[in-house]
Design a protein around this ligand. Structure first.
Ligand SMILES: [Ca+2]
Length: 322
């Protein structure tokens, strides 16, 4: 009937678009933990449903238990696949899938609810490519919450620059580091969208992407109201170390010259360079580092978990939740 048509459509979509499970790179948390069955067990890449094998999460019996994963960055979330355990007393009937934004003031989005969830099965909930950084699963009532695997699929990477936390070696107030990741390429300093250090030796700027990414491209926008030569010789570094504030990480590129108000793209190692931190550092004395925008285009690493095969869910398991 209708259910099987939806299931076939879902399979077709997934075979056309390369989807990436981003949950495995995230950090999981839950309302409580018993029997050493941590929240992280639900994103260990193993979909075994036998609870005693130690690959499922479990909360205490409590009011409205929840499980949450921080994906480390904001993604367009295509779908969530949940795998239940073999324990009938840990039923997932009525489980809800929610997407939350980094800003707690922004409304959460409910992707769906699975009214009846059989034991030892993987069920699919569509999230319609809504954007979010956290995925929360909720049960209502006095229950245990046990999850053997949660996969969060995104189709998006490389289309939008990543969000992150930016810092710099010093600030000419109020031109803070985060002006270079405010999503605006406005190049006049007075438009309050360019970062600006004080004059110093080897000023630097750094963005923390929150987790390791494969960086395909970095776009740097130079200021447009004056002095484009100030950025000449700036180096882009990518890596995971904070030694020397991250400036000792492998070098991606050196900026020869970006003309007034222009945006230049840099691709390193054919877009295969990985790292959590992206730095720009300007070697030399009496330098000022001003950046009007730094866009980092990247995707999560395609981390294959040991023992994980391809998605092998039968169409009968792919039932869209309402
Ligand atoms: Ca900006």
């Amino acid at each position: 009937g209708i259910t099987s048509i939806v299931a076939v459509l879902n399979l077709t979509i997934e075979s056309c678009i390369r989807m990436l499970n981003v949950a495995g790179n995230g950090i999981a948390d839950q309302s409580s933990t018993i029997w050493n069955s941590s929240a992280q067990n639900a994103i260990d890449g193993k979909r075994m449903t036998e609870f005693n094998l130690g690959s499922c999460s479990l909360t205490d019996m409590e009011s409205d238990p929840w499980w949450k994963v921080d994906l480390g960055n904001t993604f367009k979330i295509h779908s969530v696949i949940i795998t239940s355990s073999n324990m009938i007393e840990y039923s997932l009937d009525g489980i809800e899938v929610w997407i939350n934004k980094p800003d707690p003031n922004e409304n959460s989005i409910r992707c769906g609810r699975i009214h009846q969830f059989p034991v030892s099965r993987s069920w699919y909930v569509s999230c319609d490519n809504k954007r979010g950084r956290f995925v929360t699963l909720r049960l209502y009532g006095n229950r245990n919450l046990s999850l053997c695997e949660v996969k969060v699929y995104t189709t998006e990477y490389g289309n939008d620059p990543l969000k992150g936390q930016a810092v710099q070696s010093s600030t000419l107030y109020p031109a803070a580091a985060n002006r270079a990741i405010d999503g605006r390429r406005d190049t006049y300093y007075t438009e309050s969208s360019c970062s600006h250090t004080q004059e110093e030796t080897a000023p630097w700027w750094r963005v923390d992407l929150g987790q390791i990414f494969v960086v395909s491209t970095i776009k740097v926008t130079n200021r447009g109201d004056c002095c484009p030569e100030r950025l000449d010789g700036a180096q882009i570094h990518i890596g995971n170390s904070l030694q020397n504030n991250g400036n000792n990480n492998p070098r991606c590129a050196t900026i020869t010259h970006i003309p007034l108000g222009d945006t230049f793209s840099f691709t390193c190692e054919s877009g295969k360079m990985t790292g959590r931190y992206v730095n720009l550092v300007l070697p030399g004395d009496k330098k000022i580092l001003t950046l009007c925008e730094v866009e980092v285009y990247a995707k999560p690493p395609d981390r294959a978990h040991p023992g994980e095969g391809r998605e092998d869910l039968g169409p009968q398991n792919r039932i869209r939740a309402s």
